[in-house]
Design a protein around this ligand. Structure first.
Ligand code: MRU
Length: 358
């Protein structure tokens, strides 16, 4: 399956070339494919905040490259580059609060710079570290796709109707995707009848990004309003809900795109299995439960307007963009280190003590 997944690869959102970061503007897709070039940490932080790049692993990878850009500028300035670089760590850390991959990737960069030996080239070391974060995310996607497909097959082999939320594909990662990587793999294995994609209000990651990625690869995809999920589970024979994650706490609670929690409640009621797919860089063992996860609230205009055009009444809007699904509503968490079924604190601790598989 690995080779077939690699052969099917079409979309990418992040490119590092000649010391510059290039990002595909996800605010414009699918109508326009516009790439922007970045040369400073602050500009990358703005791109993350404005969701030119989005999705937990993609945010982490971009932040790592953003730090390389910051380091280059600090070295060019002369003086104490380590002290000056703290401002770049800060600006990138403050771009978005929920996806722990951002902080994980910055931490990897910090640790690499702390391990420099006399005579080492800091810029070359940082660039190699960022490239390695990028490459290992792609590898993790491939491993998770295989694990997820095995899990689907273990429970039921026939072509199935799957439901997904938000965008967890090539646009959101360094590779093929987390949940969408499993869905791509399942399609290649002939296990998919239809993928139902929640439109994912208000930012429309489902209708703009997931539907575009899947349709572009010939995966049968049908779009539905988020509020159609219960009806779909009741009438369309959905067997699995498959989603990604922005942060998973030590007890197995999962923060993901707003609307994920209600899908898990609905899945439990309808006897539909619920799979979360995320690399181990999304697991935050420092937080005990999902109650500790900072939930990003974005500006009300994302709810009140479409394409800058106001359509809502003149009221305030409340726009939390993530929610937390309790571990006891989750059938399986799939990571590159292995699969945890019916997650709890002991199983997560055992998983995290394993070495990475690649
Ligand atoms: O606000 P977004 O688009 O960054 O939210 C993305 C999600 O919630 C994804 O499901 C999650 O980051 C996993 S992406 C592989």
């Amino acid at each position: 399956m690995r080779e077939r997944l690699l052969a099917a690869e079409k979309v990418k959102a992040i490119e590092w070339k000649d010391g510059q970061l290039h990002l595909l503007d996800q605010r414009k897709l699918p109508l326009e494919e516009i790439w922007h070039t970045y040369e400073s940490a602050a500009a990358v932080a703005t791109a993350i905040r404005e969701m030119i790049v989005r999705g937990a692993p993609a945010i982490g990878i971009s932040a790592a490259y953003g730090l390389v850009l910051g380091l280059k500028a600090r070295l060019d300035e002369g003086g104490d580059w380590r002290a000056a670089l703290e401002a770049d760590f800060d600006v990138l850390s403050n771009s978005r609060p929920t996806a722990v991959n951002l902080f994980w990737a910055l931490n990897q960069m910090r640790e690499r710079l702390e391990r420099l030996k006399p005579g080492d080239d800091p810029l070359a070391a940082a660039e190699a570290q960022a490239a390695s974060i990028h490459a290992s995310d792609r590898e993790a996607n491939l491993t998770m796709a295989q694990f997820g497909v095995d899990l689907i097959r273990k429970h039921q082999g026939n072509p199935q109707n799957l439901l997904t939320h938000c965008n967890t594909g090539a646009l959101a990662t360094g590779g093929f995707g987390t949940a969408l990587g499993v869905i791509r793999g399942a399609h290649l294995e002939g296990l998919v009848e239809c993928v139902y994609a929640d439109e994912t209000r208000p930012w429309l990651q489902g209708s703009r990004l997931t539907a575009w990625e899947l349709a572009g690869e010939g995966v049968p995809v049908t779009l539905n309003a988020d509020s159609a999920a219960a009806h779909l589970m009741k009438t369309r024979g959905i067997t699995w809900v498959i989603v990604g994650a922005d942060r998973i706490t030590a007890n197995g609670d999962v923060a993901n795109k707003i609307g994920t929690y209600q899908l898990a409640v609905l899945a439990m009621h309808h006897g539909v299995r619920f799979m979360v797919v995320a690399p181990s860089s999304t697991i935050d063992m420092d937080l005990e439960t999902g109650d500790d996860i900072p939930i990003e609230e974005r500006a009300g205009h994302e709810l009140l307007e479409v394409n800058g055009q106001r359509f809502a009444a003149d009221v305030e809007a409340f726009n939390p963009v993530f929610d937390v699904t309790p571990a006891d509503l989750i059938d399986a968490i799939v990571t590159e280190k292995g699969v945890v079924e019916r997650p709890n604190a002991a199983k997560l601790a055992a998983l995290m003590s394993r070495k990475r598989l690649h």
